[in-house]
Design a protein around this ligand. Structure first.
Ligand SMILES: [Zn+2]
Length: 355
């Protein structure tokens, strides 16, 4: 870690924090900016002027009080100049949002995906993003956030494995996209993106999110921070039933061995769902005890069928767990991953601001 922060870096940090305050507050006065950031009036004024100059912010329209124009002193972020792209790349398709720094979704995209090998998958990713970048080429795209399925090395921006793509190995996807599209790229596990999106909607600071479809992914926040790290929270092969159902990994009784059979091409397999209830309740109990979660969000394709097992699951869960009240909710919204990826891109664009 660097011991000293140079003056130039300090300026950038201050620019980022001022823009962050303006984005978070919606509309804000100069006085409020100094109060929140602790900057001097002079320091704040310099930064605000710079942000005006580069088109990041504008004066909010001033009200006319009895015909007299008041001095405009409320600032807000420009909604039509700078944008980010958020992407969800998963086994069956792509989703994307284009968002401005105020958090408005400007346009949504989606597309099915089929591929046989690495080349086809990469080409499909390029084509999909290329079409969006093309549409917004007159505007300024600052960053791209990518929610990705499979095994990821987030720190190095590497997609280690992608489902059903055998020759997809250790692809430096962050660098590839950065070079192709010339923007800062942020890669994140899809459950983390979903949790990031949920953090914008829920009060809870200690949340657990389980995504259940053909496999199972988990994300957790503790004291408002998302737990991150390569290989952490890979829960699919936690054993929930000793000598239980056979899993594709070769072991018996993994959580995935109970989740995976629940969904098939023909819809839901009710028998498999009933068999999932107890192992899932045990798993939830264990995780809540480790992470002190007060909210559990169950999402993914299986959440669509919550009506057939929600009651039984909650009963079982409460049999095991009789501590403080925990809110367990099913969320069907499929766009949570792409929304989270886009919000991560907004955050990243603000933090990496260099003007
Ligand atoms: Zn397994």
């Amino acid at each position: 870690m660097k011991k000293y922060i140079g003056l130039e870096e300090m300026k950038n940090v201050n620019c980022s924090s001022v823009l962050g305050v303006i984005c978070n507050c919606g509309e804000v006065s100069r006085k409020q900016i100094t109060d929140i950031t602790g900057l001097s009036w002079g320091g704040m004024t310099k930064i605000v002027n710079k942000l005006f100059e580069h088109g990041y912010i504008e004066e909010a329209k001033c009200e006319k009080v009895s015909g007299v124009k008041r001095t405009p002193n409320i600032i807000r972020v420009c909604r039509d100049k700078h944008f980010v792209i958020g992407l969800d790349i998963n086994r069956v398709g792509f989703g994307a949002y284009v968002m401005n720094l105020a958090g408005d979704i400007i346009k949504e995209y989606s597309s099915d995906l089929s591929y046989c090998d690495k080349e086809e998958l990469l080409q499909a990713i390029f084509d999909f993003i290329g079409q969006i970048a093309d549409e917004f080429k007159e505007k300024k795209l600052l960053a791209m956030g990518v929610a990705m399925q499979g095994i990821l090395d987030v720190e190095n921006g590497i997609s280690v494995r992608f489902p059903h793509c055998p020759d997809w190995k250790n692809i430096p996807i962050k660098d590839i996209l950065k070079e192709e599209f010339g923007v800062e790229v942020f890669i994140e596990h899809d459950p983390n993106c979903m949790l990031y999106s949920s953090q914008h909607e829920e009060e809870s600071e200690n949340m657990l999110l389980l995504r259940m479809d053909n496999s199972v992914g988990m994300a957790a926040s503790v004291n408002g921070r998302i737990i991150r790290g390569n290989g952490l929270l890979e829960v699919a092969h936690c054993i929930v039933v000793p000598q239980g159902k056979e899993c594709r990994c070769g072991e018996k009784g993994c959580l995935e061995a109970y989740v995976a059979p629940c969904l098939s091409k023909n819809g839901v397999n009710k028998q498999a769902v009933y068999e999932l209830v107890e192992p899932l309740a045990i798993f939830m109990n264990n995780m809540v005890r480790i992470f002190h979660s007060d909210t559990i969000i169950l999402t993914g394709k299986l959440a669509k069928y919550h009506e057939i097992f929600e009651k039984e699951l909650l009963e079982k869960f409460h049999q095991f767990y009789d501590g403080e009240e925990i809110s367990v909710r099913f969320v069907e919204e499929e766009e949570r991953a792409v929304r989270g990826a886009t919000l991560i891109a907004v955050q990243g664009a603000i933090e990496r601001l260099r003007i």
